[in-house]
Design a protein around this ligand. Sequence first.
Ligand code: KIV
Length: 291
Amino acid sequence: METPRKKKGTIPDFLERKRSGRRITMVTSYDYAFASLVDSVDIDMILVGDSGAMTTLGYKNTVPVTMVEMLIMARAVSIGAQNTFLVGDMPFLSYEVSGERAVENAGRFLKEAGMDAVKLEGGRRTAPAVQAIVRAGIPVMGHIGLTPQSASQLGGFRVQGKTMDSAQAVVEDALALQEAGVFAIVVEAVPAPVGKMITEAVGVPTIGIGAGPDCDGQVLVLHDMLGLFERFVPKFVKRYANLGAACRESLAQFAVEVREGAFPASEHCYPMDAEQARELREGLVRAGLLR
Ligand code: KIV
């Protein structure tokens, strides 16, 4: 029996999910292979996150990644995942300079890379850019709380909204983004009660990452949850697999088998008629090409 084809969700579907309480699932992907895997299971959204700067391109943080690098990763993901809602993460300084630049860059994610929406970091300060992009007809997901692109301004990768004032500021960020027209908001690294209050304050779905269980959905960085990124693991990550260890084991086994002559075995070789092979050898020897 054929497995039923997954149906790509729409923005009205996701808004309805907030009302019905059926939680939204999102993971990141940065290439064709993993995007195809995610597309084959019941995950609602893929974020081509700028975390790919670290997990895939090896940069120290997300600041250096360029529009071109993001578009290359996003295009590969859109080829692999045709039945999953796709969100492209706008890199640092691709939306801050001017509304025009923000709209142009957001548009490239849809036109050149097959994304369904874009994501921008920041609350009240980013609202004008969000508004400009939404006015151009491009769906926008917000991102508040810990915003890694401005981590140095926030004093590092720290939990946000821990004091009364800073928690209120994060709620105000959420409301400003809603007013600007976002269809969903990622809420990163805030105390669980703050995640709950933000979720209650806004009419659009919240997607939590380190924001507690009461958000309307959850997102994880794929390489964190699968154990493929080992530089550090944030507190909010649950490891569902240890693929890093599995990869290392397989690679070591390959090296041993090659050195021992156990790989390739006969099933990995193209056969040739023995008589033909003998004649070929004799001919090559006669021609002085083989001793
Ligand atoms: O880039 C990313 O992966 C993100 C998630 C942490 C939400 O923005």
